[in-house]
Write a protein that binds this ligand. Structure first.
Ligand code: ATP
Ligand code: MG
Length: 243
């Protein structure tokens, strides 16, 4: 469980998160909703450990352990995964090498005795996923996200989730820039990745993902504060009242 308790965060001397308390239970899925500038991405970055976000007070716990003192790479090894709102394009980092490295790191992380998978075997292993996600094999030779369409970037992120099986998966506006069909395919791929052993935290402005993906709880942020929270059972009521 990720437990955010009375969290206060600053960036450039500006208060961004103002005493937020909420929690994310393993096995459940969450929507983090509401308007622009409400602090959704800042909360995601703070959980993932972006040092720009200065935690002023109180804490975030991961399974009752202090998360704030963990470095970002350790948080990743503790199975926290963040898909950025603005996916970075990184020249000089080959996609295939990148995927193989993160796979090996997380393999060792789950079993310290495990042997590194060789490039040859990894190529065979990843093939099934490329087929499932309809990603052309030639893609692997490209630089990480460079000149990828939004749709391709999102598919590569889901491929990463498939390879490393993180437990807490934060997806920041994965629905932006996708047309209706692409969005539906992404939501359906997400549904296939959903399990009792992971938690999706989906940041969005819209409710439509609820039609394709099982959500348990909705948190609504406004001006750096938690404004409302609902279990999904009353989603229809929320839709009418707020959207
Ligand atoms: N790295 C940063 N540097 C300066 N200001 C920031 C930074 N990150 C966030 N902020 C400010 O914090 C506030 C909340 O921004 P944040 O990006 O968290 O909102 P959001 O809810 O994700 O909005 P959107 O829906 O537009 O993505 C905004 O006023 C923003 O300008
Ligand atoms: Mg944002």
């Amino acid at each position: 469980m990720i437990n955010v308790k009375n969290l206060k965060v600053k960036v450039w001397e500006k208060d961004i998160l103002k005493w937020i308390s909420l929690s994310f239970e393993l096995g459940k899925n969450y929507l983090l909703l509401w308007k622009n500038w409400s602090g959704k991405s800042s909360l995601a970055s703070t959980i993932a450990g972006n040092p720009k976000y200065e935690v002023i007070d109180w804490n975030i716990e991961l399974n009752w352990r202090d998360l704030i003192s963990m470095t970002p790479d350790l948080r990743s090894k503790e199975w926290i995964f963040l898909s950025f709102q603005n996916v970075p394009e990184i020249k000089g980092i080959n996609l295939w090498e990148y995927l193989r490295i993160i796979y090996n790191i997380h393999l060792k992380n789950s079993n310290s005795e495990a042997k590194e998978i060789t490039p040859f075997i990894f190529k065979r292993y990843i093939k099934q996923f490329l087929e499932e996600f309809k990603i052309d094999e030639n893609f692997l030779q490209r630089d990480l996200n460079v000149w990828f369409s939004w749709w391709e970037k999102r598919k590569i992120e889901m491929l990463q989730v498939k390879l490393i099986w993180p437990k807490y998966i934060i997806l920041d506006e994965i629905d932006s820039w996708l047309d209706v069909d692409a969005f539906k395919i992404v939501a359906e791929l997400l549904s296939k990745l959903d399990s009792e052993n992971n938690t999706f935290i989906i940041i969005t402005h819209y409710f439509k993902i609820v039609d394709y993906f099982k959500i348990d709880k909705v948190y609504l942020l406004e001006d750096g504060k938690l404004k409302k929270e609902w279990w999904i059972e009353i989603a229809e009521e929320i839709k009418e009242k707020w959207f």
